[in-house]
Write a protein that binds this ligand. Structure first.
Ligand SMILES: Nc1ncnc2c1ncn2[C@@H]1O[C@H](COP(=O)(O)OP(=O)(O)OP(=O)(O)O)[C@@H](O)[C@H]1O
Ligand SMILES: [Mg+2]
Length: 380
């Protein structure tokens, strides 16, 4: 029995007619769908494919040259394309896709402003070991440099809060109270005070232990904190900033070195200071690496005692090893200690003394290294 007689018998069984039979293929379903929703189909429905594939003559496929996809903007749009047509929809979808790509390609850049400090010179007084004379020398050098006619800011980055004792009288210290830079968000102009000789002194300030920890955490989180605060002060052109730091690898040292033009390492002429020099050298290298405004490291040998053979020998060895980097030596001088007891600098307290002479000599060498022509006059 043939297939057609089978179908006829089947239709008879259900009361139907075989001549109305139409086979439904997937292609004819797609065609019907395209006729119903032409806007989504991209054009006129294609002619329905025959249900049974007819034998086609064998033709070798011809390779078509592969065309690069034209960029969306380059596609010429027919002028009279309605937005509601299929072509209009494609065009709108293409534009949306292009906009999304543009947004991904060009993310909004955050505005980062680098603090401007080119107009001032910054000296960081540092050491690996404690008690070598950093605060004493920072204060006395500030007084000497101020005498040379430069506006000087003495900034205390050490939580010991000792620097202002070298400048301010007991009454001035009382008026100052607990003010200082450790009160994080305060205006620095209101945290400091001018000394009798005209140095603007910014103390560290006294803070509770928990406040100190918070302050240090803020310094850790904001490496440009000091740069920004100094920039905000709008110091006069050519002003000098001298920063006193605590000994060792603290965040304060890191902040000071992040802005310094010159690092001044203070060392005693003893074995302990000598062996600690590589440590501070490494810290300076780490925290100034690659910054063009950092001109280098200088060394000051303090409390040299010519009556002791060891002090003389270590001074000589350090001078031999460090050469031109040594800006000078400051001899042990009781006047330097006494001056502090009267809240005065040694230049005032004992202008003819050895200590005063040494400090003025070192100040002159530092001025030259910081690129200034100002002269630091020796007393007559
Ligand atoms: N050239 C000097 N002659 C005599 N005494 C000095 C000299 N330099 C510093 N001193 C004394 O040495 C002591 C320590 O000095 P200072 O406090 O300045 O050291 P420091 O390095 O700042 O200490 P710290 O690391 O604790 O901050 C002080 O009593 C000071 O008067
Ligand atoms: Mg100190």
């Amino acid at each position: 029995m043939s297939a057609s007689s089978d179908i006829s018998s089947l239709f008879k069984l259900f009361g139907g007619r075989a001549d109305q039979y139409q086979e439904i293929s997937k292609e004819s379903s797609d065609t019907a769908s395209q006729r119903r929703w032409p806007v989504l189909s991209g054009g006129e429905p294609a002619a329905a494919a025959p249900v049974v594939a007819q034998a086609q003559p064998t033709v070798e496929p011809v390779a078509e040259p592969v065309q690069a996809a034209a960029p969306v903007e380059a596609q010429a749009e027919p002028e009279a394309v309605s937005a509601w047509s299929a072509a209009g929809l494609r065009s709108l979808l293409a534009k949306l896709g292009q906009e999304a790509r543009t947004q991904v390609e060009e993310p909004a850049k955050p505005v980062v402003t680098t603090p401007k400090l080119d107009h001032i010179r910054i000296l960081a007084v540092v050491s690996a070991k404690g008690g070598v004379g950093k605060s004493t020398l920072a204060a006395n050098l500030a007084a000497a440099l101020q005498r040379a006619g430069r506006p000087v800011l003495a900034l205390d980055l050490d939580p010991q809060n000792a620097l202002h004792h070298h400048f301010l009288s007991a009454d001035e210290q009382q008026a100052l109270g607990q003010r200082g830079i450790a009160h994080f968000d305060q205006d620095w102009r209101e945290q400091g005070m001018s000394s009798a000789e005209g140095v603007f002194v910014l103390p560290h300030g006294l803070v509770e232990e928990s406040q100190r920890r918070d302050f240090e955490a803020q310094l850790h989180n904001d490496p440009q904190w000091l740069a920004r605060r100094l920039s905000d002060l709008q110091l006069a052109e050519g002003a000098l900033v001298i920063i006193d730091t605590p000994p060792g690898p603290f965040i304060y040292l890191q902040q000071a070195l992040s802005v310094a033009n010159l690092a001044l390492v203070v060392s005693l002429a003893d074995a302990a200071s000598y062996t600690a020099l590589p440590m501070i050298d490494g810290l300076i290298k780490t925290h100034t690496a690659g910054r063009k405004s950092f001109v280098g490291t200088s060394y000051l040998i303090n409390q040299v005692d010519n009556s002791r053979q060891l002090s003389r020998d270590i001074t000589q060895i350090m001078q031999g090893l460090l050469g031109q980097q040594v800006v000078g030596t400051v001899h042990r001088d009781q006047s330097i200690t006494e001056a502090l007891a009267y809240n005065r600098n040694v230049l005032d307290y004992d202008p003819q003394g050895r200590g005063c002479h040494d400090i003025l000599h070192c100040a002159q060498a530092l001025v030259e290294r910081l690129g200034s022509t100002a002269r630091v006059e020796q007393p007559a």
